[in-house]
Structure formats: structure tokens, C-alpha cells
Design a protein around this ligand. Structure first.
Ligand code: SF4
Length: 223
């Protein structure tokens, strides 16, 4: 087990290297250019288990046709299904319409910047609520999915128990690491590193900004 000072050093290196890498290599998406909670929520509803590049054209057309939660709440279920089926997410369409109606009726068309309220909405789980809070509401919350778990467990040498994104140890670590001031950029950075460098199979460690202190690299050197 690492000493507290060693741990701080590891965390500082992780955050600083990741942020520097992001400013040079981070990806650009239309939903990252906005802080409109509605647009961010729509993007997150579309991004579940879908490649971000595939989402871009569908998202842009969708936002053009339904520019706000009011227009979405009046949409026909078939029209919403058309969009979501292009992403293999047709099962989500009905929830999206119900969600829009609730937002109009209960919240006057606003997306609530409150974790419990977000989690009570249909189709919104821990990940989407964290993404909306960080990306749209400027609340410092760590987004944690299986990709983030992979990076944290490899770098810090932790074996997650069960479903990693629900593992208390991983969740505590993710919150501890999160830089409050740059939480938005940090969350984007870790998502991008997982997609471009620390991939599930054959991570590209030779081009990773974290390799110098990564447990995975050190372990594989020894083996
Ligand atoms: S050095 Fe390799 S294993 Fe470690 S975080 Fe980077 S890509 Fe992942």
C-alpha cells in the first residue's frame, strides 16, 4: 500500500499530466461547445453505449428539430424513435419523451442542477446525472463509467470489485482526484484518454501521458 505522500504525488501527477494532455489532444464535439443543460442532457442520452462520432450527425439534426425541452415535449413518439433507433437506442425513445414532459410540467422546462432530482428522471442514472452536473451546472462531480474505472484501476493498481463503477473504493478515489476548478476539463480528459489511449485491449502506453507512474506499466515490466 502506498504512503499518503506517495499517494498525493501519484494523484498530482495523474491530474496534471492528464490535463496537459487534454489541452493538446482532447476531442471536440458540439455538445462540448455548449453549457446549455438541455443540449448536454440530449447528448448524454444519446451517448450511452454509442460511439461519439456516430452520435454527432444525429445529435445535430435532433437539436435542430427540437431546440429546447418544450419542442421535445410536444414531439411524436415515432419521431423521437426515428432518431434514437439510428443509434440502436430505440428502447430509450419513450423515456426521452416522458422525461421532456416531466421537465416541462414539474420544472418549468429547466433541467434541475440537483443530483437527487436528476436521478428521479426517467433514463437518468448516476453517469448522466454526474455529466449534467459537471458539464452544464458547473458542479464538481466525477463522471465514472467502466472506461474511467479502467484507467483508475490500471494507473493506481487497484482491482475493482464487482461492477467497478459501483465499487466504493473506486468512487471515493474518483471524487478525491477530481480537481474542483477544472472538473469539466478533467472529466472530458479522462473520457478521451480512455477512448484514444487507454483502450480496453492493447492500451497505447507508449503514447500515454501517465506511463511514467502507471502501475500497469510497472507491473508489465516486472512480469
Ligand atoms: S500507461 Fe498504459 S495502462 Fe497506464 S493509463 Fe496509460 S495507457 Fe493506460
Amino acid at each position: 500500500m502506498e504512503t499518503p505522500s506517495k499517494n498525493t504525488e501519484l494523484i498530482d501527477f495523474f491530474v496534471n499530466s492528464l490535463l496537459s494532455w487534454y489541452y493538446q489532444n482532447g476531442r471536440s464535439f458540439p455538445w462540448r461547445e455548449t453549457k446549455d443543460p438541455y443540449q448536454i442532457l440530449v447528448a448524454e442520452l444519446m451517448l450511452q453505449r454509442t460511439k461519439a462520432s456516430q452520435v454527432v450527425p444525429v445529435y445535430l439534426e435532433f437539436i435542430k428539430e427540437f431546440p429546447d425541452v418544450f419542442s421535445l415535449s410536444r414531439a411524436s413518439p415515432e419521431r423521437i424513435r426515428d432518431y434514437f433507433s439510428r443509434l440502436g437506442l430505440e428502447w430509450r425513445a419513450e423515456k426521452v419523451l416522458t422525461l421532456a414532459k416531466i421537465l416541462v410540467e414539474k420544472y418549468g422546462g429547466r433541467i434541475p442542477c440537483d443530483k437527487e432530482k436528476l436521478l428521479s428522471l426517467p433514463g437518468v442514472g448516476e453517469y448522466i446525472s454526474a455529466a449534467v452536473l459537471s458539464f452544464a451546472c458547473n458542479v464538481p462531480v466525477a463522471v465514472v463509467d467502466s472506461n474511467v474505472v479502467r484507467i483508475l484501476s490500471r494507473y493506481f493498481g487497484i482491482t475493482p470489485r464487482g461492477e467497478g463503477r459501483r465499487d466504493k473504493k473506486i468512487l471515493e478515489l474518483a471524487s478525491k482526484i477530481l480537481p474542483e476548478q477544472f472538473h469539466r476539463e478533467y472529466n472530458f480528459a479522462i473520457i478521451d484518454l480512455a477512448a484514444l489511449v487507454c483502450t480496453p485491449r492493447k492500451p497505447k502506453c507508449e503514447m500515454c501521458p501517465l506511463r511514467e507512474k502507471c502501475s500497469w506499466v510497472q507491473k508489465n515490466k516486472k512480469d
